[in-house]
Design a protein around this ligand. Structure first.
Ligand code: URP
Ligand code: ZN
Ligand code: ZN
Ligand code: ZN
Length: 483
């Protein structure tokens, strides 16, 4: 069965042009005019774009004594509904657990995925077994390793562990990812606010000021530079972190920053809401910031100092959030966003003139496909690419509401926000999963996307580091010892 998308405008990260797109066997087989196929999808008035890639999700993740409530089924259904056709989730070994064991667990959960997916591997502890298994992980097609500088006593790794792991990544041609917050300072500030009787969700934000994030971002960048490896900073939320990334990139360091749609569009006033549930539902790390930080993130996307917009989708129900009544440190950290990332970014980015449609494609799909080494199978409208396509209707509008969302939780942090720009069709490897608002997902349709190590960027950096490495000085005159 073949499908032809007709009457639309193809928009990629660098081109905009009128063309029909033919899809067969899950791939794009032809781009041109006068194409024929078994089914026609009418894209009149629409943009035909690469489906979104969300490189940061936590589906059915064990965290803070519970599990995040969207699993690979509801999470990828939400993704497709909003125009996202691939997610990258974090395989998270528990302390002492082997990395290959963790992959097995994530393999089991992801059999229900409605769209394609890949994994990052988290380095949650350090030892010979982890060092050795990192190579086997890259051979399984996982070329990214995540490090948490926060969550002291749980997921956090120390600087010596991070340096060792980064050096291993350099050897393997893998890319380290970092959750950059100073976990020691956060732990101290949490105790200080609790001791002062500041136990509500707003104290979560007070305990994680921008300096905590800026310091850790800069430290991760410097450690990566010393290890000779590129680095990717997840959920960049503030000017201090963006500044460190910007400076590093101007110095030729290979550093990427990933703001979230939540940080771009929601601000710290959410934590001042008189309703405890409202504020607690928005507890995530890093917390929402003020308008100046938001402007910094938008400017980074427009100027190219920030590369990718993600969600960090980690959805907890109100009942789960209430574990933290009386002690904000017990509120499960995380918010949803998979379904809303693309419409919110279009509405607040493209419709306002902060981003061009091509830049929108770059930051929602193409840039991350290149960084993660799955381009142009993903992130492209090209013959031979996977038919992961969103046919985007810039005139379609809705008001976001938990009542009509795909996510399994009972609220939405974007509740009441009006968006203009939504998918007319979403295709996942050729299967039309969203047909004019109707959800036709197929549980289990999603396949694992292998991402081999040794990318062009890792090769270039290792060449440069080798060329400029400290070398022993060969001397002509050496004084006799002891004279
Ligand atoms: O608060 C957050 N971000 N929860 C998910 C885990 C993480 O830190 O990415
Ligand atoms: Zn994180
Ligand atoms: Zn995360
Ligand atoms: Zn089908």
């Amino acid at each position: 069965m073949s499908t032809v998308i007709k009457n639309g405008t193809v928009v990629t990260a660098d081109l905009t042009y009128e063309a029909e797109v033919r899809v067969e066997g899950g791939k794009i087989t032809e781009i041109g005019q006068g194409l024929s196929g078994d089914t026609v999808l009418d894209a009149t008035g629409c943009y035909v774009m690469p489906g979104g890639i969300d490189p940061h999700t936590h589906l059915e993740m064990p965290f803070m004594g519970t599990y995040s409530s969207d699993d690979f089924e509801s999470g990828t259904r939400a993704a497709l509904s909003g125009g996202t056709t691939m997610v990258v989730d974090f395989a998270l070994p528990s302390p002492g657990q082997g990395l290959l064991d963790a992959i097995q667990m994530w393999d089991n959960k992801s059999t229900r995925a409605n769209c394609d997916y890949s994994f990052h591997m988290a380095i949650t502890w350090w030892g010979e077994q982890v060092f050795n298994e990192m190579e086997a992980v890259t051979k399984r097609g996982i070329n990214t390793f995540k490090h948490f500088m926060a969550y002291k006593g749980a997921l956090m790794v120390n600087d010596d562990e991070m340096f060792a792991s980064f050096r291993r990544c350099a050897e393997l041609g893998a890319l380290p990812l970092v959750h950059a917050e100073n976990g020691d300072v956060v732990a101290d500030l949490q105790q200080k606010f609790l001791a002062e009787g500041n136990t509500g969700p707003e104290a979560h934000a007070y305990s994680r000021p921008p300096a905590v994030e800026g310091e850790a971002t800069n430290r991760a960048i410097m450690i990566a530079d010393m290890a000779g490896v590129p680095v990717y900073i997840v959920h960049t939320s503030c000017e201090e972190a963006h500044e460190a990334i910007r400076r590093a990139r101007m110095q030729g360091k290979r550093v990427y920053g990933e703001p979230l749609i939540q940080h771009l569009t929601l601000d710290e006033s959410e934590y001042a809401h008189p309703d405890w549930d409202h504020a607690a539902r928005r507890v995530m790390s890093p917390p929402f910031r003020n308008k100046q930080h938001q402007d910094s993130l938008w400017n980074g996307l427009a100027s190219g100092s920030l590369s990718v917009v993600a969600t960090d989708h980690c959805a907890f129900t109100t009942a789960q959030k209430r574990t933290g009544v009386g002690d904000f440190t017990q509120i499960p950290n995380g918010t949803g966003g998979l379904e809303d990332r693309m419409p919110m970014l279009w509405t607040h980015g493209v419709n306002t003139g902060r981003l061009t449609p091509n830049e929108f494609v770059a930051v929602t799909s193409t840039n991350i496909a290149k960084i993660l080494n799955c381009y142009p199978t993903k992130g492209a409208i090209l013959v031979g690419a996977d038919a992961d396509i969103v046919v985007w209707d810039p005139e379609k509008e809705k008001t976001i509401s938990a009542d009509s969302q795909q996510s399994a939780i009972d609220y939405n942090v974007f509740e009441g926000k009006h968006v203009k720009g939504l998918p007319r069709y979403t295709l996942t490897r050729g299967h039309v999963a969203v047909m004019d608002g109707e959800i036709r997902t197929q549980e289990g349709h999603g396949k694992f996307v292998e991402r081999p190590p040794v990318t062009p960027v890792s090769k270039a950096l290792s060449t440069w580091k080798e060329l400029t490495a400290p070398r022993k000085v060969e001397r002509t005159g050496i004084p006799a010892s002891g004279v």
